[in-house]
Design a protein around this ligand. Structure first.
Ligand code: RTP
Ligand code: MG
Length: 136
């Protein structure tokens, strides 16, 4: 059975010229692109997207960072797409992320870790709707 996941190439990933690299890894894995757009997030959308972290001490910095430049938002689809992309991304802290993962290969700081991927079917449904309401 196929599922969808919401992926972001965060502003640091765009700034570092890693959009092609991230898309290649998604496509090489066999996931299918169903929506893709370069955009700069408003504060409202950023706060909604990361709403689960509202009370955390890093929330302000996280919102500043994610709204601080253009990012690439996309929806990918495939069997276990959510888990498949989280495996490509690697651990949240890039120092702990395994080499060979996107974060393991291209990042050093937890606050600037290149990509986002939905973490559960519930998050994916919410995030796909937030970024691409037209997908239904
Ligand atoms: P993301 O949502 O961005 O895909 O990352 P994630 O699931 O791997 O990690 P999550 O716990 O959802 O955290 C969201 C983002 O917040 C930043 N963070 N900073 N300073 C800290 O201790 C800390 N913890 C998390 C990271 O940039 C993380 O990607
Ligand atoms: Mg998360």
């Amino acid at each position: 059975m196929s599922e969808r996941t919401l992926i972001l190439v965060k502003p640091d990933g765009v700034r570092k010229g890693l959009v092609g690299e991230v898309l290649s890894r998604i496509e090489n894995k066999g996931l299918k692109l169903v929506a893709l757009e370069l955009r700069t997030l408003t504060r409202d959308v950023a706060e909604d997207h990361y709403g689960e972290h509202r009370e955390r001490p890093f929330f302000g910095e996280l919102v500043e960072f994610i709204t601080g430049g253009p990012l690439v938002a996309l929806v990918a689809e495939g069997p276990r797409a959510i888990e498949a992309f989280r495996a490509l991304a690697g651990a949240t802290d890039p120092v702990k992320a395994a080499p060979g993962t996107l974060r393991g290969d291209f990042a050093l700081e937890i606050g600037e870790n290149i990509v986002h991927g939905s973490d559960s079917p519930e998050s994916a449904a919410r995030e796909v709707k937030l970024f691409f309401p037209e997908l239904g």
